[in-house]
Design a protein around this ligand. Structure first.
Ligand SMILES: [Zn+2]
Length: 646
């Protein structure tokens, strides 16, 4: 079995992780789980970076000045409890104060020293305590660190040992040329190539007069500079300095997943350090983007920080576990680019992707199998159109995931979910069930829908492990859990299944306030939105209500209106001779393709109104709270179009 060794960055433990930190761990976990699904023997490393002056300072402030390691012990608990709550499946959690790491750091430093790549000198210059990095004058903005504009860098003059980074410039350039995928995405690679073009200076690799760190083997009065120390953790964890056989088995690392701001350390310093010690460079580095909160940098001091524990148990779905946030972080953000999080957007995607879409699909398939076949789903025929969609989804998924386009991989799985929803609406099993002559066709439809759900759950399992296991259990899949391999995502036309009913997996969150979304209100009427609660004398009699004709309708077609952010053009079946066109102001809550097949409620006797060059013939009922996307008022799928509501 081929091995795959991947790592995340290790974190300073001077504060608890926020959702931005969690973004990296969750996406790396998705990659780790995908690689396991793809059959690799995976080793997934996470950890904490403890030899930082910021950590030392924080430990002192917390009363641990005599024993910073005890403070780090406490923070390890805090960090790992968050990672466990998010279902991060790391195989090893490293801490840079561990003896194994001290051994590795000293071995690598000594090897570089013996190679003539470390020399003594004096460092004089600006140092940002928060970055724990020396800042060249040219990088300062108004005399401040560009990352920490509220901090004044310190002017430092001290004895330092330097690492001869300049010596490795040509080799680095050749390495980048020979291994175009060494640093992804491409934009990050171009930044580093420009840096290499400009030339490299030697870097400081030690600090004098400090006790918090690994002592240099050739000068015990100095400690190894925290960045030089931290990078080595990736080698430590697989035996460098302690277990040569294990190191030979697992090194080089296949992938370092890191933030885009530390690519220079990982693709310039780190390979050079390894080469100096006679060790191979890692195979690949991926620099992900930053997660913002409402368009702002996530920061505790700015009040724009989100606690990952809150995201793993959101108020709108407290029992849903970490899968909704895992899905959001993977699906809503192009991996490699910056992304944004807001609670409103998170709740909206939960309702759309999980409650309405995947959750609804699972419920429908399982409940129809239960109602019409006592839970037994038997194959009949070779599989219809969904088999082809599933095959295409798997292909697209594999290509995307192999290229770390995680968002694309999820989209490929959802392509199958969407197709299954449309397939059920078109096949109308509730109609087939009425005529025993259609029994074979009903069997085929139920099996095909169940098989599509099974395949989608296999594909989505790296993103939503526990939910997908539950889906696979309910759908009666023959293989579930860690035993799954990518081959199980191939369409199977054989094998009877027994479905197991259950409560909705993702109950729709309740909108805070119900209002009716009026399609004509494209230019919003604020006075209507802010209308006070009706006074007693504003109540209407039953005769007034009966003037409004509410009817069940089935969406046949849905298309975006090119010039409108809100409107979607629907063609709906209301049980009349011809389907009607209705413009609905629901584009903020739905993609057109999600609407096809939905059973909704419309006002059928509204006077036709011209809107945007089209005549809208009726009104769709939808609910939305303030600032919330609209959610359609749904009717049971078994109701035929045209059924009167009221
Ligand atoms: Zn800084």
């Amino acid at each position: 079995m081929s091995r795959y060794y991947l790592t995340t960055a290790i974190d300073y433990v001077n504060s608890r992780p926020h959702l931005g930190t969690a973004y990296e761990k969750v996406t790396a976990d998705v990659i780790a789980r995908y690689k396991r699904l793809a059959g690799f023997d995976v080793h997934f490393l996470m950890g904490n970076d403890e030899h930082s002056q910021n950590v030392f300072k924080k430990a002192s402030e917390e009363g641990f000045h005599n024993n910073p390691v005890a403070y780090c012990d406490r923070m390890e608990e805090e960090f790992t409890s968050v990672w466990k709550a998010l279902h991060c499946s790391y195989d090893d959690f490293i801490r840079t104060t561990q003896p194994r790491h001290k051994a590795a750091v000293q071995k690598l430093a000594q090897a570089a020293y013996d190679a003539g790549d470390i020399y003594e000198g004096v460092y004089e210059g600006w140092y940002c305590v928060s970055c724990e990095a020396f800042k060249p004058e040219k990088d300062l903005v108004d005399g401040k660190c560009p990352v920490h504009p509220t901090l004044t860098p310190e002017w430092i003059r001290e004895k330092n040992f330097f690492f001869r980074l300049s010596k490795y410039r040509d080799r680095l350039i050749k390495h980048f040329e020979a291994q175009p995928s060494f640093l992804e995405p491409e934009i990050r690679r171009n930044e580093i190539l420009r840096l290499l073009d400009a030339g490299l200076e030697d870097i400081s690799m030690s600090r004098a007069g400090q006790s918090w760190g690994v002592p240099l083997p050739f000068d015990p009065d100095s400690v190894v500079y925290v960045w030089f120390d931290a990078l080595i953790n990736y080698a430590t964890a697989v035996g460098y300095g302690t277990d040569d056989a294990r190191f030979a088995q697992w090194w080089p690392a296949d992938l370092h997943v890191i933030g885009k701001d530390i690519t220079r350390f990982h693709t310039v310093f780190w390979p050079a350090m390894l080469w100096s010690a006679g060790v191979e460079a890692p195979r690949q580095v991926f620099g992900h983007g930053w997660l913002h909160y409402g368009g702002q940098r996530m920061s505790k001091s700015l009040g724009t920080s989100v606690d990952p524990m809150d995201a793993a148990a959101p108020k709108f779905a407290p029992d849903a576990g970490p899968d909704p946030i895992r899905l959001y972080l993977t699906k809503e953000i192009t991996y490699g680019s910056d992304g944004d999080f807001t609670w409103e957007r998170f709740e909206e995607r939960y309702n759309v992707d999980l409650a309405n879409n995947l959750g609804n699909l699972v419920s429908r398939v399982v409940s129809m199998a239960d109602k019409y076949r006592g839970g037994r789903v038997a194959p009949a025929g070779d599989g219809g159109r969904l088999a082809g969609v599933a095959e295409a989804s798997l292909e697209r998924y594999r290509t995307a995931m192999d290229a770390f386009a995680l968002h694309e991989g999820v989209a490929a799985a959802y392509q199958l979910v969407d197709a299954a929803n449309v397939f059920i609406a078109d096949s109308a099993p509730w109609k087939l069930a009425k005529d025993p002559g259609n029994a074979a066709r009903l069997d085929a439809v139920l099996f095909e829908a169940a098989e599509a759900v099974r395949v989608a759950a296999v594909l989505l399992r790296p993103v939503m492990p526990s939910s997908c296991d539950e889906i696979l259990r309910r759908i009666g899949a023959p293989v579930t859990g860690a035993a799954l391999r990518l081959d199980h995502a191939r369409w199977q036309s054989a094998g009877e299944r027994t479905t197991i009913p259950g409560p909705p997996m993702w109950p729709r969150s309740e909108p805070k306030e119900i209002t009716v979304t009026e399609p004509a209100a494209q230019a919003p009427a604020p006075e209507a939105a802010a209308a006070p609660a009706p006074a007693a004398d504003a109540r209407i009699g039953i005769e007034d209500f009966l003037k409004v004709e509410l009817k069940v309708a089935k969406v046949r077609e849905a298309t975006a209106m090119p010039k409108s952010k809100k409107l979607i053009r629907l063609l709906v079946d209301v049980g009349e001779a011809e389907p009607r066109t209705i413009l609905a102001g629901i584009a903020e809550g739905y993609q057109p393709e999600q609407l096809v097949g939905k059973t909704i409620v419309i006002v059928a006797n509204l006077k036709p109104r011209p809107m945007m060059g089209t005549e809208s013939n009726g009104m769709v009922l939808a609910a939305s709270g303030p600032g919330q996307p609209p959610i359609l008022v749904a009717a049971d799928d078994s109701l035929p179009p045209g059924t009167r509501v009221g």
